[in-house]
Design a protein around this ligand. Structure first.
Ligand code: PHE
Ligand code: ZN
Length: 877
């Protein structure tokens, strides 16, 4: 029989009058409905007869009744062909209720055995057991284990696993699972088998197996307590040379977590496997991390410096989950930020320590503004600990991850580093081996520090980016900072209460340029608050939210010349960067709203940055980049994306023309970076080289084309090559075609580089890009089944505003069609493209109506997944 859970779980609801009411709304799952599991599963033995066409899975669950009740055991299962059920050795007739397998049990404990068949080759969702480039692998978070076997698929059921794998020896010479290998041997008919044991109880979402023809980069790490851990990075043989950077990052991460958080690794081996078809970045399965190839394989010739940094960050992130996520896990999926917010904060700390802290912080804030602020301001806004969901896969969001990390960072700012560390020590000690909640984390912080975080908890329950209005008042040698906070309404949360907002503040002498007194951290806790500053002898400028101490939008009343001065000389480099961005945004937004474009102040600031002897090149590259179009759109009421693009281009042209000498000089100097070096200095130089090239191209297309062609031809790193290619592609014409042709031919066999080839072309601004994207979709190298390839094309197109927001709405229609087509194969990945259509409230009425129409078109599609349905219906709301 074929047990398919979701269909029977559907509740028919007429959700929107006016829509052809075919859509059935899946029921929402609510945080407040949490109940402890009826049955626990302390032990699991699994046996896999692996075959891509049809795999047999036998499961033996030792179950125990949890508490006094007479409810049966209910097991989740999805797309499983059930072959048999036994209870304490005796066959029983299977019974299903609401898509679950129901097993009636009399005593306090039982052994329940099931046998199922699954079809890895047919698994295009990439959840459960699937095939990727000849490798069999699994993905279980959040609810994929139910696609492998019948099980209580929830994170608060922790089990000890024994796993037997058997497969054809020739096709699958390597057999991996969580934990330690304990036995292996040869089986019948050319098969072999391996037995693995994981001594640590874990939730089933951390289960993993891999089978394939894999080569290993082997190394080891000696832990602080003197144990030796075998490290393995498993890839296709040909990819072995590209695993060195990931291996170094892994060893750095092991050492960093010992030094900074006092966390040691707990098994004798740690394996990473790279697969090319993967819905997200990577997965922290206990002792057997599975990665998207894009976050493992890298060398300077085929990966940009940004790619290489991302590899290190993701390797560290997944490793850090071993404590923040695995040893201490989540009680339910509403607590996702418990592990993700904390682990992102930990990987950010790692990156800050490995590179330049200021530059890392700028990047983090850029990501937050590009991905999280729009989410928090739109129809999909949710607190970092959501209250309800239809499909949990939709809640792996920038809010849960990145805003979640900002919330942890604020706790550290409020407590100070020592008390924060006491808090994490207590958290890990108190909850080791448990499945817990965000509340448990905050309580550990309170108990270890003695600081009351009562009001601070609102960061977990209230959505929306707070706005802080700031005005510095100066009278009689004294200053007073007037603050006001305002948390905007979000879906389901009309009225908000004041948040606790830690603001690092310094006053800067308008004449001296020096900090007047020490920086202080102001805790804004009420709707309005006045902070006195004593004895300010000279006019002062306000440097506020330094280091981005709180994830808020600052609206400061500025004096004439204040932002310019801060952009030129704020001693805090993050604040200095911010002032530059504020200056650029001020003049761009004024022009978009209809004023004449004023370029003098921005040109002067960019010129000073380029000529500075003190600033490092990476900072310069960040500081000379204009705010993104998407960010400007967020600040406008009903924007015309075409106009936003034109005004921003005019500013880029003015910079390119006004500073052509400074830019050329910087571009040339930056070309001297050692291509073999991955030092912060060398990476910064290459970043500056790309940024200056782009501005030179904006100033004079002919000059830009010549320089870019030369940079492309002489490129020794992908960083240089890709930035040259992007500049050429933006300028268009023969040189662009020539370079794109060369790029394709040169890297035809390297899937990750061909993704870049698609991405570059889909990121070219302007209305003509859609035709290009449509043609690329018919290119032989395009496939919808590979998430990286689909993201390269659709993801980049949808995040290029002047291309996506074509006035005729054709960009929206294309995206809607693409979502509908992708949904049939892979709902999780398809759903990721819905959000851009949901930003219609920010866009002028003509286009907004077309965006809504595209969402309605999606919702009319019969058989839509829960994933896409949830996001598309909420986006219309
Ligand atoms: N837990 C993974 C991480 O952030 C993300 C992930 C979620 C991967 C769901 C796959 C599926 O580290
Ligand atoms: Zn994670």
């Amino acid at each position: 029989s074929l047990a398919s859970a979701p269909d029977t779980a559907l509740v028919m609801l007429d959700i929107r009058p006016g829509l052809e009411a075919a859509a059935a709304a899946p029921a929402a799952i609510r945080r407040e409905d949490y109940r402890a599991p009826d049955w626990l599963v302390p032990e699991v033995a699994l046996s896999f007869e692996l075959d891509p066409a049809r795999t047999i899975v036998k499961a033996r669950l030792s179950v125990t009744r949890n508490g006094e009740h007479d409810r049966p055991l209910r097991l989740d299962g999805e797309e499983l062909e059930l072959l048999g059920v036994r209870v304490d050795g005796a066959a029983v007739e299977p019974r299903f209720e609401d898509g679950r397998l129901v097993v009636d049990l009399a005593g306090p404990a039982a052994v329940v055995e099931t046998e199922v068949a699954i079809l890895p080759d047919k698994n295009s969702q990439l959840m459960g057991l699937y095939a990727s480039g000849g490798i069999l692998c699994t993905q279980c978070e959040a609810e994929g284990f139910r696609r492998i076997t019948f099980f209580p698929d929830r994170p608060d059921v922790l089990s000890r696993y024994t796993v037997r794998l058997s497969a054809d020896q020739h096709a699958f010479p390597i057999l991996l699972a969580n934990g330690n290998p304990v036995d292996s041997g040869i089986g019948p008919g050319g098969s072999h088998w391996a037995l693995w044991e994981d001594p640590f109880p874990k939730p089933c979402y951390l289960f993993a197996i891999v089978a394939g023809d894999l080569a290993c980069n082997q190394d080891s790490f000696r832990t602080a307590s003197g144990r030796t851990v075998d490290l393995g990075i498993w890839v296709r043989e040909a990819d072995l040379p590209k695993t060195q950077l990931a291996m170094q990052a892994l060893k750095d991460a092991f050492a960093w977590d010992e030094r900074v958080y006092g966390r040691e690794y707990d098994l004798d081996r740690f394996n990473i496997v790279a697969v090319s078809d993967f819905n997200f970045g990577a997965m922290e399965n206990k002792g057997l991390n599975i990665f998207n190839t894009r976050y493992v394989l890298a060398d300077p010739e085929t990966a940009t410096d940004a790619d290489i940094d991302a590899v290190a960050a993701v390797v560290a992130h997944e490793y850090f989950h071993n404590w923040s996520g695995n040893r201490v896990t989540c009680r339910d999926w509403f607590q996702l930020s418990l592990k993700e917010g904390l682990t992102v904060f930990r990987d950010q700390g790692f990156s800050e320590d490995m590179g330049s802290e200021a530059v890392q912080r700028i990047d983090q804030v850029r990501t937050l503004r590009a991905a999280q602020f729009p989410e928090d301001a739109g129809p999909l806004a949710h607190p970092i600990r959501p209250d309800s969901y239809m499909e949990i896969a939709n809640f792996y969001t920038a809010t849960v991850y990145n805003k979640g990390a900002e919330v942890i960072r604020m706790m550290r700012t409020i407590l100070g580093p020592e008390r924060y560390r006491k808090g994490t020590d207590l958290y890990f000690e108190r909850h080791d081996g448990q499945a817990v909640t965000c509340e448990d984390f905050v309580r550990a912080m309170e108990d270890a520090s003695g600081v009351d975080l009562g009001q601070f908890r609102r960061w977990y329950s209230q959505a929306g980016t707070p706005k802080v209005h700031a005005r510095l008042e100066q009278k009689d040698g004294k200053a007073a900072l007037h603050l006001r906070q305002d948390v905007p309404p979000t879906p389901g949360q009309e009225a908000k209460k004041p948040m606790v907002i830690p603001l690092r503040v310094a006053l800067i002498g308008a004449d001296s340029g020096r900090e007047l007194g020490p920086e202080r951290t102001v805790l804004l806790t009420s709707a309005e608050q006045v902070e006195p500053f004593a004895e300010v002898g000279e006019p002062a400028f306000l440097s506020i939210n330094r280091g981005f101490s709180a994830p808020v939008v600052i609206e400061a009343e500025r004096r004439p010349g204040e932002i310019e001065a801060l952009a030129a000389s704020d001693p805090d480099s993050f604040a200095r960067y911010e002032a530059g961005q504020e200056l650029m945004a001020r003049d761009l937004l004024a022009a978009i709203r209809g004023a004449d474009l004023r370029t003098d102040a921005v040109v002067a600031a960019v010129g000073a940055t380029l000529r500075s002897n003190q600033l490092d090149p990476a900072f310069k590259a960040d500081a000379i980049a204009l705010p993104a179009e998407s960010q400007l759109i967020e600040k406008l009421n009903r924007a015309d994306p075409g106009r936003v693009h034109d005004v921003r281009e005019a500013m880029r042209r003015a910079i390119g023309q006004g500073l052509s000498d400074d830019l050329s000089r910087a571009h040339m100097a930056a070309g001297g970076a050692d291509p073999a070096s991955l030092s912060g200095e060398a990476k910064g130089q290459r970043r500056l080289r790309g940024a200056t090239l782009a501005l030179l191209g904006a100033g004079d297309p002919k000059v830009g084309e010549a320089l870019a062609s030369r940079q492309y031809a002489g490129a020794r790193t992908m960083t240089e090559r890709q930035s040259a290619l992007m500049t050429l592609a933006m300028l268009g014409g023969d040189k662009a075609e020539e370079a794109l042709g060369d790029f394709y031919a040169r890297f035809e066999d390297d899937a990750l580089v061909i993704d870049k080839w698609f991405a570059v072309q889909a990121s070219v601004p302007g209305e003509a890009t859609l035709e290009k994207v449509e043609a690329l979709m018919r290119h032989p190298a395009f496939t919808m089944t590979n998430p990286n390839r689909l993201r390269a094309l659709a993801g980049n197109f949808a995040s290029t505003p002047s291309a996506f927001h074509r006035a005729d709405g054709a960009g929206y229609d294309w995206l809607a069609e693409t979502i509908v087509a992708a949904d049939k194969l892979n709902p999780q990945t398809a759903a990721r493209f819905v959000a851009p259509l949901g930003r219609w409230r920010r866009i002028e009425e003509g286009r907004a109506a077309k965006m809504r129409a595209a969402l309605e078109r999606i919702l009319r599609e019969p058989g839509l997944s829960k994933d896409v349905f949830e996001l598309a219906s909420k986006s219309l709301g």
